[in-house]
Design a protein around this ligand. Structure first.
Ligand SMILES: [Zn+2]
Length: 478
């Protein structure tokens, strides 16, 4: 089994290389728009009478249509008068192909949405890409294997050098050792390289890599032996971890990059809004503001990756609460919620747990983790956000609000595991549900959703038929 992962590097192009990168970005946009024009023209020429015209719809058909077109007079002519797209040899041809593939998948999503075969928001019909609106990027596919592969990292003696087809050798800012070692040992293969000009003004390359599973020494041998730990999200602290017994494991503080730079952001935004129309000063102010936002994002991503890796390494079984992030983003908490990057944390943690053979469970969103008493199970009144201590109305148990919630999550995770010992992701099949743990995202982490009622029933079912393995219920996405 392979796992897919991404390695991101900052490029240090020379001025002429930066020009070439920009040319490739333009070529990708051009090819996408040209292919879209083929589709729209073909659709427009459809009529009730006569044979219906061929509409290129798949990436394959679009590549063929573009390749046929680019050498004809319809695409233009060079100085000598030879027909064809005059600048086509200046860019890597894969850029055209990948742009056509992108349009193909956009069209497929549109068709699937119309047929009701696609979950989530309906995909619109693709629109033309604009230089000012769409993210400047292009993608190159890696051809060939090992030493012969088209995309190569570490050229000659220089480990911080990346070779891309047609573009040549580009300097990379960061250390590339980890990926180079994986490639050298045949434990990974670069599939694609996507080059993008970020809003920070930096050229970044992200390498899509198919890697072997983590070494068994890095995986949890028997996650079922490790204690179940619940993770409760907080806005004051990023997360509180606790065991089912109520013992607090740790508290993680968030860096809050957005809140800390709000005054500076406000000033930069103000400065931007005071600049006139299309002026150079305005462009400068816009770049300054974008750079600030890019830095905030970088701090947040760094934090999320550090913490999720650490947790996946040290815990075999974790339970998260299922949050309706989309709904919460519409409330007054939106800013602090976005700042804590909880949704990103959940999806990153999901795939890292999977890589390490650990188990991540997600409690149902209607599970009253804050209101429930972890000692006696009594579900009390709703707590106001300002109330930091949980007090049980029945047994008088007192605990920190977040610790109690985390302990509740852990108890439920433990119940799920007891319901079907020895079997990994499990809950009664008829209660198994498909649910999105963080509202959005598309990582292919498989996880388990637990419903409060179903757990009780699953426990009962197990008591009645202790030998019957309760069927695994897994969730497609997180
Ligand atoms: Zn109680």
């Amino acid at each position: 089994m392979t796992r897919h992962t991404t390695f991101c590097f900052t490029l240090k192009p020379t001025p002429s290389q930066a020009e070439a990168l920009a040319r490739h970005v333009g070529a990708a946009r051009f090819a996408f728009n040209q292919c879209l024009a083929f589709v729209r023209d073909a659709l427009a020429s459809k009529s009730d009478e006569g044979p219906s015209p061929f509409v290129p719809w798949s990436g394959f058909d679009l590549i063929n249509a573009f390749n046929r077109w680019k050498t004809t007079a319809a695409a233009g002519a060079d100085e000598s008068g030879a027909p064809g797209l005059p600048w086509r040899t200046q860019v890597c041809q894969q850029v055209f192909e990948e742009a056509a593939v992108d349009l193909g998948s956009a069209l497929a999503a549109f068709s699937a949405g119309r047929k009701g075969e696609r979950k989530g928001k309906r995909a619109r019909f693709p629109r033309f890409k604009k230089k000012t609106r769409d993210r400047p990027s292009f993608r190159l596919r890696n051809k060939g294997h090992g030493a012969k592969s088209a995309i190569r990292l570490g050229v000659g003696d220089d480990p911080r050098m990346l070779r891309l087809p047609k573009l040549g050798d580009l300097a990379v800012r960061e250390c590339t050792r980890r990926l180079r070692r994986m490639l050298a040992k045949g434990r990974a293969k670069i599939l694609f390289a996507t080059v993008a000009l970020r809003s920070s003004g930096r050229w970044m390359v992200s390498m899509n890599v198919a890697a072997q599973e983590l070494h068994s020494a890095l995986r949890h041998a028997s996650p079922l032996d490790s204690p179940v730990v619940g993770i409760d999200r907080g806005l004051t602290t990023f997360a509180v971890l606790a065991e089912a017994s109520g013992r607090e494991v740790e508290r993680i503080d968030a860096p809050k990059p957005l809140r800390n730079s709000l005054p500076a952001l406000r000033k930069a935004s103000q400065s931007l809004s005071r600049k006139k129309g299309d002026s150079r000063n305005r462009a400068r102010a816009r770049a300054a503001l974008a750079k600030m936002h890019a830095r905030i994002g970088a701090i947040r991503r760094d934090f999320v990756h550090r913490e999720s890796t650490r947790l996946a390494k040290t815990h075999g079984r974790l339970v998260l609460e299922d949050l309706c992030t989309k709904g919460l983003m519409k409330t007054t908490l939106a800013r602090s919620l976005a700042d804590s990057a909880w949704a990103m944390f959940a999806s990153v943690l999901a795939y890292k747990m999977k890589w390490r053979g650990a188990e991540l469970m997600v409690a149902d969103r209607f599970f009253p983790s804050t209101r429930r008493c972890n000692t006696c199970g009594h579900v009390g009144e709703k707590l106001a956000l300002s109330e930091r201590t949980f007090r049980c109305g029945r047994c008088g148990h007192e605990a920190d609000r977040d610790t109690n919630a985390a302990a509740n999550l852990a108890s439920y995770g433990a119940t799920a595991s007891v319901a079907a010992p020895g079997c990994r992701s499990h809950v009664a099949a008829k209660h198994a549900e498909t649910r999105n743990a963080c509202g959005e995202g598309s990582a292919d982490g498989r996880l388990l959703v637990i419903r409060e009622t179903s757990l009780v029933e699953a426990g009962r079912a197990y008591a009645r038929h202790p030998r019957r393995v309760v069927v695994a219920g897994t969730v497609n996405t997180l």
